[in-house]
Design a protein around this ligand. Structure first.
Ligand code: IPM
Ligand code: MG
Length: 330
């Protein structure tokens, strides 16, 4: 198993080393390939990511990624979006689940759902024209793209509560009718109980009734927006991991960005990055991944937590504490 490790910029450089400590605690055979990509790399060399870097990534099986700061160059192409496209990582999986003792904005702990976000098309098509008077972006919905994400979501629902919610805006965006039809058809074929919601009412409902949902499937931008909102349900952006999955590769990144405002202080919360390690191990079929939940519950209970959660621990102290628990108990 070859794992590319990309810390990136800002707090990516702090949370990823903490996550790697946790990965090391499992004593698995990994060939780690460190790669420097992003803003800092661009400042040093004039490129945020080269085609050789992409080849190196394609020579690995999976990627553990921190965050990359956007480069202030009009011709800059997002490193993250380029990798998603090049590796055809079509499913962006974002589990939304409370952590013990932490309550988010809605003041509740009775939810456990997963956002399955289409990750290659929609408003992220990259087909756009920018002008002083008129700017537009083409929103692409294909049958093939909708089918594969619907299938991914249905398989996941089968392993869970067999419930799927399709989120769209087909009352206004006619392109979403295709997405909705394909998802309905796929869910029916899989024998899954399904319903659909317009994205605006879904935003409201996720805050008011998060316990109603199991697997939520949606298009690219809606999934992007809803997943940040749902991080507030959990309690912090620093607590939500994500996996970008394709047929050949997988790429794991915390939902938070590079957070330049707190970078370099050693206070970033590494739990989202650590939960990414859990998703990586799950993707590999490593059943011991579950101990990460236990280890996190342990550090939360011992109040070994970063300032965003009201504690005084540093990023690496949290990483070390989680890793130590795993070494002792795995
Ligand atoms: C995310 C991020 C990215 C996205 C940005 C950084 C391109 O917000 O992973 O959610 O929009 O997908
Ligand atoms: Mg986002």
């Amino acid at each position: 198993m070859k794992l590319a490790v990309i810390e990136g910029d800002g707090i990516g450089r702090e949370v990823i080393p903490a996550a790697v400590k946790v990965l090391d605690a499992f004593g698995l055979e990994f060939e780690i390939v460190p790669l420097e990509l992003g803003y800092t790399r661009w400042e040093r060399t004039g490129t945020a990511m080269s085609s050789e870097d992409l080849d190196t990534i394609k020579g690995c099986d999976a990627v553990l990624f921190g965050a990359v700061t956007t480069v202030p160059d009009p011709s800059y192409k997002s490193v993250l979006l380029t990798i998603r496209k090049e590796l055809d990582l079509y499913a962006n999986i974002r589990p939304v689940k409370p952590l013990p003792g932490i309550t988010g904005v809605a003041g509740r702990n009775d939810f456990d759902f997963i956002i399955v976000r289409e990750n290659t098309e929609g408003l992220y098509s990259g087909i756009e024209e920018i002008g002083p008077e008129l700017s537009w972006t083409k929103r692409i919905i294909t049958r093939k793209g909708s089918e594969r994400i619907a299938e991914y979501a249905c398989k996941l629902a089968k392993e869970r509560k067999n419930r799927l919610t399709i989120v769209h805006k087909s009352n206004v965006l006619k392109s979403d009718k295709l997405f909705l039809d394909v998802c309905r058809k796929t869910a029916a074929a899989y024998g899954i109980e399904y319903g659909d919601m317009l994205v605006d009412s879904m935003a409201y409902s996720l805050i008011m009734h998060p316990e109603r949902y199991d697997v939520v499937v949606t298009t690219n931008l809606f999934g992007d927006i809803l997943s940040d909102m749902c991080a507030a349900l959990v309690g912090s952006l620093g607590l939500v991991p994500s996996a970008n999955i394709g047929d050949r590769y997988a790429f794991f990144e915390p939902v938070h960005g590079s957070a330049p405002d707190i970078a370099g202080k050693g206070i970033a919360n590494p739990l989202a990055a650590i939960l990414c390690v859990k998703m990586l191990l799950e993707w590999m079929g490593e059943s011991r991944s579950r101990i990460i939940d236990e280890a996190i519950a342990h550090v939360l209970q011992k109040k070994i937590i970063t300032p965003d959660l009201g504690g005084t621990a540093s990023t690496i102290e949290v990483g070390n504490a989680v890793a130590e628990y795993i070494v002792k108990n795995v």
